[in-house]
Every structure is written in structure tokens, then in C-alpha cells.
Design a protein around this ligand. Structure first.
Ligand code: UD1
Length: 399
């Protein structure tokens, strides 16, 4: 059977599906030429997810199942699984960016990373094969233009992500968080990119009078970092309104997980607590420790961002992605001590300038527009993170 004959006869593999993705045709075509679909099915199983099982019903009709649960059938099966796209992950050598790159590769997409390596690390990508890496600073327009060439989607993660660092040096963080964002928006719009998903921040809410924080609450940035994140997300929305260029902002809430760098005083609190407990040191708590955060394990964010890149009604929107719960730093330390099997008390220091008191997301909009729901709980995420920190410490000791 030729590809044309297959397309004509299959209710699943529409012409639209294939014309959208030349690269997908090139990969799958040899298998389509084989009578029956068994080899295609086998190819898809190996290429996309070893856990998938495929059941051939009649000729080209098939169902996709995970265990006993039906995953997809009919037209969605072929169009969803066969479609491969090109993704640019800016800041892809960083913590969240490298997790996005990893998941995209796992799903069979083409991935390019651009990173200045100021906070990102090349070795965060070492375990992922087939990622194209571009080193450069997106605050330079030619780097942005080169990075977006030939890309379908842009996941804009590059930033200097720290409240205290922005308080200390607002000019450097302004350049990374605003100038670079505007450059990538212009470049992506001009290159015909389908959609850009921007890494927004819960910090834009500041101290709101009510919790949980909803996207329609007025922003109240308390630090240069929060203001910069707000400006860039408003640029995103403006690009959608003004130029019809599709953007979605995902507001992250205190993301944590493996590969979050604990090596600087500006690092996220969970990475700092983790290394302190594992090394038997007392962690520092700034303030009374009663401040709360909606800590979100990185896999939840990856899921939310990838949903946002394709969700039909999300263009121009700003959407919280978090767990929708909150915990104080004192309680967090207690939970982490429990997991590690220690009982180490914190050293308390003066509250940090620009710090928000309480943070908790309303995730109704993400549920409605993206079909998102948190998949990894705080405790489970903490266990994965501490396991990773332990393994890192052992690897460093062995080097
Ligand atoms: C803020 C944003 C978050 C953003 C991040 C980037 C809010 C609510 N969240 O996180 O969306 O991605 O900046 O950096 O604004 N702390 C300690 N001891 C430490 C380190 C931190 O007590 O060793 C405290 C901080 O003072 C803060 C809390 O822990 O109260 C969390 O700090 P951190 O992990 O740096 O993140 P946020 O500043 O909350």
C-alpha cells in the first residue's frame, strides 16, 4: 500500500495530519507501505512509549490502550501520535528548561535549546540525546533570530530567576527578563512560530488580600523580578492582541525538583534545605518561617506548559500552574526532616526584602483551559528531589 492509498483508505491518517508534518511522513512512510498496520503499530509503540499497547481491529482501524484503559481511538490516535513538531526551549540548560527538553524528546519531538549558560549548565542536557544546543544571549537580537529559525513552538524559560538577586542588581535581571523576552517575541512572530509559551511567575501577585490567587486579581509586584515577569507577560498578551501572535503565560509557583541548583544563596528554598539536611547542617529561614508557598514539583509544570503549547482556547491567556495548596516554611522543614530521618532545626534570620508573605494558586483556569491537574504531590516530589540530591552528592564525592 502506498502512502497515498493508505491516506485515502484510513479514517485516522488524514491528509491534513500528514501535510502538517512533513518530517512525520518521512519517518512513518516506510512503515505505511507495508500491508497491514502491525509494523506501523510496532514502530509507534517503540518510538513513543513502551507502555502503550495497540490493538488492531480491522485493517487500519486500531485502538491505543495503557493497560486496560483506552487512551485514544479513531482519528485522534493517528493525528496525536504521528504529529512531531519542532520546539525551541529558551533557557533549556536550566532547571525547568532541561525537564521540558527531556519530556519533548521522550515524546518524539525535535528540540533545540538556546542558553547563555549564565545560570544554566550544559551538563543538565548530557543525558538527553538529540537536542540541538545553541549557546547565546537572547538579549542580542541576532541570537534570538537564529534560535527561532524553523521552530513551530517556543517555550520561553530563559530568565534570571531570583527575587533577591533582582533586588541587588535590577539592571542585569531587567536585561535577561525583559529585553531578552521582547527579542524572542519579535523573532518568533517574524519567523512564523505557531505559539510561544512564557514562563511567568506567581511573584507578580505580591501580597494579595485574599487567597488563593486568581489570574484576574490585580498584580502587585514587590520586587524588580516580579515587575520584570509582569512586564514580559504583558508583552506576551499584547503580541497576541496587536499582532495576532499566539502566546500563553503560565504563572509558576515555587517550582522545585531534581537539577534545581543548590549552589547559590539565590537558589530555591527546597534545594537549599535539601543540601543542608543531607549534609547535617542547619538551614536558614528568613523571617519567622510562617510564610507559605504553593510548592510545585517540576513534572507538574512540564505537563502544564506542554498542554499550554497546544490547548485550543489558551492563546492570549495567563494561567496559574501549581498544586493549589500551601505550606509554611516551618512545616516544610518538618516534612523534609521526616523524609531524611533527621531533626535539624533552622537558624532564623531577618526577613528578606521583597519577600511575599503567602502564596497559593487557584488552579481552576488551568483545569478548565488546559485539562491540567497536579500529578505529583509535594511529599512525593520532595522524595524524588532528596533522592536526586543524595545521588548528586555521591557522584560529586566520586569525581
Ligand atoms: C519567588 C516567586 C517564584 C519565582 C521565584 C524565583 C513568589 C511567591 N514566588 O519565589 O514564583 O519562581 O521567586 O526565584 O514570589 N527562604 C528561606 N531560606 C532560604 C531561602 C529562602 O527562608 O535559604 C525563604 C524566602 O525568604 C521565601 C521562601 O523561602 O520566603 C521561598 O524563597 P525562594 O525559594 O527563593 O522563592 P520565592 O522568593 O518565594
Amino acid at each position: 500500500m502506498t502512502l497515498d492509498e493508505h491516506q485515502a483508505s484510513s479514517p485516522f491518517v488524514s491528509e491534513r495530519t500528514f501535510s502538517r508534518r512533513r518530517s512525520a511522513i518521512d519517518v512513518v512512510a516506510p512503515y505505511l507501505a507495508v500491508p497491514g498496520v502491525e509494523r506501523l503499530i510496532e514502530f509507534l509503540r517503540v518510538a513513543f512509549d513502551a507502555q502503550l499497547t495497540f490493538r488492531s481491529k480491522t485493517g487500519t482501524h486500531f485502538e491505543v490502550r495503557i493497560g486496560d484503559s483506552m487512551l485514544m481511538a479513531g482519528q485522534h490516535f493517528a493525528s496525536d501520535l504521528i504529529t512531531m513538531a519542532s520546539y525551541l526551549v529558551t533557557g533549556g540548560a536550566g532547571f525547568i528548561g532541561s525537564h521540558l527538553a527531556e519530556e519533548l524528546v521522550r515524546r518524539g519531538h525535535r528540540v533545540r535549546v538556546v542558553d547563555s549558560l549564565i545560570t544554566g549548565k550544559r551538563r543538565n542536557l548530557d543525558h538527553i540525546s538529540g537536542v540541538e544546543f545553541l549557546e547565546g544571549d537572547l538579549a542580542e537580537t541576532n541570537v534570538a533570530a537564529r534560535a527561532v529559525e524553523g521552530m513551530d513552538y517556543v517555550l520561553h524559560q530563559a530568565a534570571i530567576p531570583s527575587v533577591p538577586r533582582s533586588v541587588k542588581d535590577p539592571i542585569t535581571s531587567n536585561r535577561a527578563n525583559i529585553d531578552a523576552s521582547l527579542n524572542i517575541l519579535v523573532a518568533a512572530r517574524d519567523a512564523g512560530v505557531r505559539r510561544l509559551v512564557y514562563a511567568g511567575s506567581s511573584s507578580v501577585y505580591g501580597d494579595t488580600p485574599t487567597l488563593p490567587k486568581r489570574e484576574d486579581m490585580p498584580p502587585n509586584p514587590l520586587s524588580p523580578y516580579a515587575l520584570q515577569k509582569l512586564v514580559a507577560e504583558q508583552y506576551c498578551q499584547m503580541f497576541t492582541r496587536l499582532y495576532g501572535f499566539e502566546t500563553v503565560t503560565i504563572r509558576y509557583f515555587n517550582v522545585f525538583g531534581p537539577r534545581q541548583d543548590p549552589g547559590s544563596p539565590y537558589s530555591g528554598v527546597i534545594s537549599l534545605f535539601s543540601t543542608a539536611l543531607l549534609e547535617g547542617r542547619q538551614p536558614t529561614i528568613y523571617g519567622d518561617g510562617a510564610q507559605t508557598r504553593d510548592f510545585t514539583y517540576v513534572a507538574n509544570v512540564v505537563d502544564g506548559v506542554l498542554r499550554a503549547s497546544e490547548a485550543p482556547d489558551a492563546a492570549g491567556e495567563v494561567i496559574n500552574v501549581a498544586c493549589g495548596t500551601r505550606i509554611s516554611l516551618n512545616d516544610l522543614l518538618r516534612v523534609m526532616n521526616g523524609i531524611v530521618g533527621t531533626n535539624i532545626q533552622a537558624i532564623y534570620e531577618k526577613e528578606r526584602a521583597g519577600d511575599v508573605r503567602d502564596s497559593q494558586a487557584d488552579i481552576t483556569k488551568a483545569r478548565t483551559l488546559l485539562g491540567y491537574q497536579p500529578i505529583v504531590s509535594l511529599e512525593e516530589g520532595l522524595k524524588h528531589t532528596l533522592d536526586w540530591c543524595r545521588a548528586e552528592a555521591a557522584a560529586t564525592a566520586g569525581r
